[in-house]
Write a protein that binds this ligand. Structure first.
Ligand code: ACO
Length: 319
């Protein structure tokens, strides 16, 4: 007996960048991008900081939950692209919210929100928390190489949050995995200025083996959904909503076809947001909730996957 989701929220930067906008400075086109990815536009930060987006998403989630910042026992932020290497993004969120609880980040790339849920679950299980704010916030526009048309067209910026309360039934099932491989998808760390450092200093921009990620994404979704259902003792057909990581429409449609699930149950936000790494899953969840599409008692499967290679999957009974 662990937690239930009390409220969700999300925030996106104001500037929408279309595929045509990208073709003004890159050798690319909407005709190439949209059919291969399902992405039409993405939101990119101009004047917004990630701190600001994170707090906007957090305030929306707190308001929906009816919880004030002083009632929080813990803030966990999933990010790989925070405004600060030190301190954690979660500390900046705490400061801006006026919260005084412990705050730290988790780094599990696109699976990070589900890793953070699992960490929060541990706090509830040990009776260490009553209310936890979990935020996923990513400014991918600072990690991509804007001269690499094969990667920069895929990503966007944004933040989403959920307030969890103790005493619920969730998670019905939870699974985290790591199949260690740095090279497939990675961003080298910052070089620094050490006069002693004799190591190579590659540029700190995202590099990816797209086709391997594609296969990994499809197989992760299929395996995770099957395993979640088995662990919870329900049939895959009983699951009402599927909230998958929004990497690529072709990954989603291939997984849907392979699983044989009803496409109408699969949430999508990719077309107008691009891939926002760990913020994808909670953002898509927030949109479902705010559209009034999830009703109490329904089953919701969350699946995230990405660099690591990490996967995180969670089955929730909506309360
Ligand atoms: N516009 C025009 N041409 C392009 C673009 C672009 N944006 N990007 C690549 N190309 C060109 C390449 O230069 C190449 O040209 P060439 O044959 O003359 O050398 C050709 O298109 C094929 O390039 P590939 O990289 O092999 O393209 P691919 O068919 O694999 O498609 C894609 C790339 C869409 C990224 C695909 O690999 C994919 O869907 N991968 C899944 C990975 C993914 O979605 N990752 C998201 C982030 S990771 C995550 O969230 C877990």
């Amino acid at each position: 007996m662990s937690f239930r989701i009390l409220g969700t929220g999300s925030a996106l930067p104001a500037r929408s960048v279309t595929n045509d906008d990208l073709s003004e400075f890159l050798d690319t086109s909407d005709e190439w991008i949209f059919p291969r990815t399902g992405i039409k536009s993405r939101r990119i930060c101009t004047t917004e900081s990630l701190d600001e987006l994170s707090v906007e998403a957090s305030r929306a989630a707190l308001e929906a939950a009816g919880v004030t910042p002083d009632q929080l026992d813990l803030i966990i932020c999933s990010t790989t692209s925070g405004d600060h290497l030190i301190p954690a993004e979660a500390c900046a969120i705490a400061e801006l919210l006026g919260a005084s609880c412990p705050a730290f980040d988790v780094s599990a790339a696109c699976a990070g929100f589900i890793f953070a849920l699992d960490v929060a679950d541990g706090y509830f299980a040990r009776g260490r928390a009553e209310r936890v704010l979990v935020v996923a916030a990513e400014k991918m526009s600072r990690l991509v190489d804007w001269e690499d048309r094969a990667t920069c067209v895929l990503f966007g910026d944004g933040a989403a949050a959920a307030v969890l309360g103790a005493g619920g039934l969730n998670p019905l099932a939870m699974s985290l995995t790591t199949d260690p491989s740095v090279e497939i998808l990675h961003v080298p760390g910052v070089g620094g200025t050490s006069p002693y450092d004799q190591t190579e200093r590659p540029a700190s921009v995202l590099a990816m083996e797209g086709r391997r990620v594609f296969k990994f994404g499809v197989s992760t979704i299929c395996t995770s959904v099957t395993e979640l259902a088995r662990e919870a003792g329900v049939a895959v057909e009983d699951i009402d909503h599927f909230v998958f990581h929004q990497a690529n429409e072709r990954i989603l449609s291939s997984a849907v076809a392979r699983l044989g699930i009803d496409d109408a149950k699969v949430t999508r936000s990719l077309a107008e947001t691009g891939n926002i790494s760990s913020a994808c899953v909670p953002l898509a969840l927030d949109r479902l909730v705010r559209a009034g599409k999830i009703t109490p008692g329904q089953l919701v499967a969350l699946v995230g996957f990405g660099a690591g290679l990490d996967t995180g999957a969670c089955l929730l009974r909506w309360e």
